[in-house]
Design a protein around this ligand. Structure first.
Ligand SMILES: Cc1cc2nc3c(=O)[nH]c(=O)nc-3n(C[C@H](O)[C@H](O)[C@H](O)COP(=O)(O)OP(=O)(O)OC[C@H]3O[C@@H](n4cnc5c(N)ncnc54)[C@H](O)[C@@H]3O)c2cc1C
Length: 282
């Protein structure tokens, strides 16, 4: 299908983009890589009267270190995340998960900011942002505000972004001395996760001092498996299998054509065990 008619704007500054959004209100949509938005427009699930293309905002692209924080521009593509030496050093979990997104074409066009703003419950990078306690910087008419990833995802395809705000930056604290792993199962290669698990483990003298576990496709938003985290803290690596048994607690997975909710709960347990073991270097 052909999308409904819309006006097109390619601003040169973040301020111009925000001003255009503020003027158009709910009628405008932001365009990043277009990999999720264009199908929505073609199916006429949305019919914005204005598209604000962020493609000209070079300042929203790339990665840098700010002390112990990795800063990624919202327009940084998945391929750039995968190839960045800074990401590899400061947040290898993010690079590992980004490498599982779609295929090369998707990773070449799709952006980190687009993936987070789209908030698909099967998206890989929202889960990693939640696991890593990332902070998202949003720019609006009144200036910038910072929202923790754990408060950004509100519901299916719904975030804390207001219609006149842009996601401009993702800030990821470096987890020095932690092991991390992303474990994903999809029905076919290069596809969305049926279930996936992001795990981070800090070990000292054989003891797991802290663990973080976040789940993809186990509810309307990415969720932290806090029962697993609590069961592991202060324990030995031997506790991983038992702790992983708590993975599905408090989750609300959907039953759909890909998998039943029960199968997703089972997958969450198995993948959590595997992800934690890999993160712990076992
Ligand atoms: C074939 C295929 C396979 C895929 N497989 C996977 C997969 O395995 N895992 C996965 O996680 N994803 C997958 N994706 C999705 C991919 O990651 C997309 O790139 C992503 O969902 C959206 O990013 P985008 O840059 O294309 O955003 P767009 O499609 O341009 O935008 C998506 C939404 O976010 C909004 N938006 C975008 N950027 C901003 C911003 N900076 N501020 C505010 N709002 C913004 C837009 O208005 C729109 O509502 C797949 C996509 C395709 C087409």
């Amino acid at each position: 299908m052909i999308p409904a008619a819309f006006d097109y704007l390619r601003p040169a500054t973040v301020e111009d983009a925000v001003a255009a959004l503020a003027e158009a209100g709910e009628e405008a949509k932001v365009l990043a890589g277009g990999h999720s938005l264009l199908p929505v427009l073609r199916l006429r699930l949305a019919a914005p009267t204005l598209l604000v293309d962020l493609g000209g905002l070079a300042q929203l692209r790339g990665t840098r270190l700010d002390g112990d924080t990795l800063v990624l521009g919202a327009m940084t593509t998945h391929a750039e995340v995968v190839g960045s030496a800074e990401v590899a050093a400061a947040a290898p979990l993010l690079a590992q998960a980004a490498a599982t997104v779609g295929d090369r074409q998707v990773r070449h066009r799709g952006t980190l900011g687009g993936s987070l703003a789209h908030a698909d419950p099967a998206g890989d990078l929202p889960t990693v942002a939640v696991a890593l306690d990332a902070e998202l910087v949003l720019a609006g008419p009144a200036g910038r505000r910072t929202v923790p990833a754990r408060e950004f995802f509100l519901d299916y395809f719904t975030t804390a972004l207001r219609p006149d705000e842009l996601l401009v930056e993702v800030r990821v604290p470096r987890l020095a001395g932690w092991g991390t792993h992303y474990e994903k199962v999809s029905r076919t290669a290069q596809a969305w996760a049926t279930v996936a698990v992001a795990a981070a483990v800090q070990r000292q003298n054989g003891t797991i001092t802290q663990a973080r576990v976040a789940l993809t496709s186990m509810g309307p938003t990415p969720v932290r498996a806090t029962a697993v985290e609590q069961a592991l803290a202060g324990g030995s690596a031997d506790a991983i299998a038992e702790a992983a048994g708590h993975a599905a607690e408090g989750t609300h997975p959907a039953s759909d054509t890909t998998a039943s909710a029960d199968y997703r709960r089972h997958l969450a347990t198995v993948l959590t065990r595997r992800a934690l073991a890999a993160a712990a270097g076992l």
